[in-house]
Design a protein around this ligand. Structure first.
Ligand code: GRG
Length: 284
């Protein structure tokens, strides 16, 4: 276990990302913007932007308060937030509460929840056009986010999850599902860090491997947290149903170790290592 103080390290990064998220919806006062701020203000771990920040630090980049990392991190968090808003809708998971508060369609109504999700999604790409980086790098980031959020990323994973591509009856198919549904949006932070931090090809490869493995490890840990609840459901299989709790725990630790092993040679990997451990051993 590392002695790195993750809460202390995270605090300023989370605050700066939150400022970018708020700025995105305070340009004009409207009822819709108020509704968009509702799921933003209910919090969450902001782990996806934190991976981006830690990835940049791993490359030796010092993050000043106005660094592009925060807008790029906010763009990932906007996609994540929209996915939760839409996933909670009655036509998907039909959840009444998220983070201890009424879901957006309960607080407002279903139509507004669809619009809030759409507005968060489109805002993610809009804010990426305001980066200080070169246009070529901005285009690269937009492309990475589009791929991670879309049909070969998060949405592709959701399509597998709701059974649109056939039954999920093996570890291979379940792994593919989660690499897309959950992993892609975590991995993209590391890919963005490589672009913003002008990583060498070797460093790019290290961050890519780390992102792939930690994205999967995040979902393995999530399945373990949900194991009790899921055991009673008839829903689609998950890792604990296919591998058992001990098997899932072992795979999560192995996957985390593969992630960690890939980045130890980077100039300053401490925050990334601490985030990797938190990802797998968290209790929320
Ligand atoms: C667009 C409808 C639609 C679905 C896309 C990502 C997704 C598919 C749905 C969201 C629901 C879900 C259970 C996703 C799995 C990933 C996951 C564990 C999300 C929770 O992420 P955390 O733990 O949440 O980072 P916080 O609350 O901390 O932000």
């Amino acid at each position: 276990m590392t002695s790195f103080n993750l809460p202390e390290w995270s605090h300023p990064h989370r605050e700066r990302v939150l400022t970018c998220l708020r700025n995105a919806f305070t340009t004009e006062e409207s009822a819709l913007h108020q509704a968009c701020l509702y799921p933003i203000e209910t919090g969450g771990k902001r782990i996806r932007p934190l991976f981006l920040c830690a990835g940049l630090e791993a490359l030796g980049v010092h993050l000043t308060a106005d660094h592009d990392a925060y807008i790029a991190g906010a763009s990932i968090e906007l996609i994540h937030t929209y996915s939760l808003v839409h996933d909670d809708l009655p036509c998907m998971d039909n959840d009444d509460f998220r983070r201890g508060k009424p879901t957006v369609h309960k607080q407002y109504n279903e139509g507004i929840a669809v619009l809030v999700g759409d507005a968060l999604l489109t805002k993610a790409f809009e804010i990426l056009t305001s980066l200080k980086t070169t246009p070529a790098q901005a285009v690269q980031l937009i492309q990475l986010l589009g791929k991670a959020a879309g049909s070969v990323g998060m949405i592709g994973g959701q399509s597998l999850d709701i059974g649109f591509e056939g039954t999920i009856d093996s570890i291979e198919r379940l792994t593919k599902l989660h690499r897309r549904k959950t992993g892609a949006l975590i991995a993209v932070g590391l890919e963005m860090a490589a672009v913003l931090g002008q990583a060498t090809p070797t460093q790019q490869e290290a961050l890519h491997t780390f992102g792939q493995q930690i994205g999967l490890a995040f979902q393995l840990a999530d399945d373990l947290l949900d194991a009790e609840e899921d055991a009673q459901e008839d829903g689609p299989p998950n890792f604990t149903k296919l591998l058992g709790e001990e098997g899932t725990k072992t795979l999560a630790e192995q996957t985390m170790k593969q992630a960690i092993d890939s980045i130890t040679e980077l100039p300053n990997p401490s925050a990334l290592l601490a985030l990797a451990e938190f990802t797998v051993r968290r209790n929320h």
